[in-house]
Ligand binder design. Sequence first.
Ligand SMILES: [Zn+2]
Ligand SMILES: [Zn+2]
Length: 207
Amino acid sequence: MSRDRFGRPPRRPWSLSDEQREAMVAMRQTGATYALVGRTFGISDVAASATIRNRIAGRLRGGRPNTAEDFWDRVEPEPNTGCWIWVGYRLKSGYGNFAFHGTIPAHRFAYQLLRGPIPEGLTLDHYICNFPPCVNPWHTEPVPLSVNIARAKARRTGCRRGGHPYDKVWQSATNPKDRRRFCSVCDRENKRASVRRLRLQKQSATA
Ligand SMILES: [Zn+2]
Ligand SMILES: [Zn+2]
């Protein structure tokens, strides 16, 4: 079997037939590791794991692909803000993902469904609510990525992690361009966490 430059098997799960996918699930259910299943079918362990889990999830859904109605099952309107909140799968960034001929960000799906195509190369800015899980297409506007980033930066009043207010703009002595803003609340939490980690390390070393 050919390998890529990292020595891994090629990742080509899309070339697998339905029978092969079923065989992968069966193999996994007899206790084979994802790595072994992947090796057998010529794909990586990560791809094998995803293929098998998707197959099982599809079976739970009755084996049919998502429709537009499935999309609205995962949307809950928020009466106070007017946001339509995505309650389906969310990325770490807060944006929703919807499986529809591949994976598509939920807010982009809603926009194209209700307002039409998004001009090529443009991103959707949540210019009304600044709330990534919102899929209300009248809360988003197609803008170039640079504009989206600039607006997001201008809107940001607190740290990204918890929205704590910034306490200072730190000025580097060596790099005048470094204008990073630091959050005192997050700083304190990070320091406490590292102390806790060290203490645990010491405990497990002496134990
Ligand atoms: Zn909204
Ligand atoms: Zn913070």
